[in-house]
Write a protein that binds this ligand. Structure first.
Ligand SMILES: [Zn+2]
Ligand SMILES: [Zn+2]
Length: 166
């Protein structure tokens, strides 16, 4: 009797303790690196699609030709059903589009910051150095004033104890 799909999947993944991903150790599809096993008549079964559970009987409401499976962990090798979401093509594009936009935005902000630092660095650095020198001078003044006070107090204390002795 041929092994069931479940049995063939069961020993072909390792659990990533950090992410909870069930990472496929079997073969991967050439195009997007999705987990696959061979199906009947030389077909390929996409394991993540299988693990995501049955797709709705009805066609996707967005008019696309099939339901898609999204990895909420963004790890294509993952087959953990909890990390898989059945979505329409439109929803899927939205999710990945938002991600792409967020990443692009981050890159732009980082680039702008780097640029600003490059532009402002010389002036800013000398201004900061002046501030630092000012603070250091104040600290030095404070500590010398404190030293004077300590010396004065010590002298007064010595004088008082001298007076008390007689
Ligand atoms: Zn995962
Ligand atoms: Zn996705």
């Amino acid at each position: 009797m041929p092994k069931s799909i479940e049995a063939r999947i069961a020993n072909k993944f390792t659990i990533n303790p950090a992410t909870g991903c069930h990472e496929w150790t079997g073969s991967l599809s050439t195009q997007y690196g999705y987990p696959t096993i061979s199906g009947p008549r030389r077909t390929l079964i996409y394991v993540h699609r299988h693990m995501a559970g049955p797709v709705p009987e009805t066609p996707p409401p967005d008019g696309s030709n099939r339901w898609e499976v999204h990895h909420t962990c963004f790890n294509h090798r993952c087959i953990n059903p909890d990390h898989l979401q059945i979505v329409t093509r439109r929803e899927h594009c939205q999710i990945h589009g938002e991600l792409r936009r967020a990443r692009a935005q981050q890159k732009r902000v980082a680039a702008r910051l780097r640029q600003r630092i490059m532009e402002m660095a010389p002036e800013q650095r000398s201004a900061l150095r002046q501030q630092l020198e000012g603070i250091q001078a104040e600290l030095a003044a404070c500590s010398s004033r404190l030293q004077v006070l300590v010396t004065e107090n010590a002298a007064r204390a010595a004088q008082v104890s001298e007076e008390l002795r007689y």
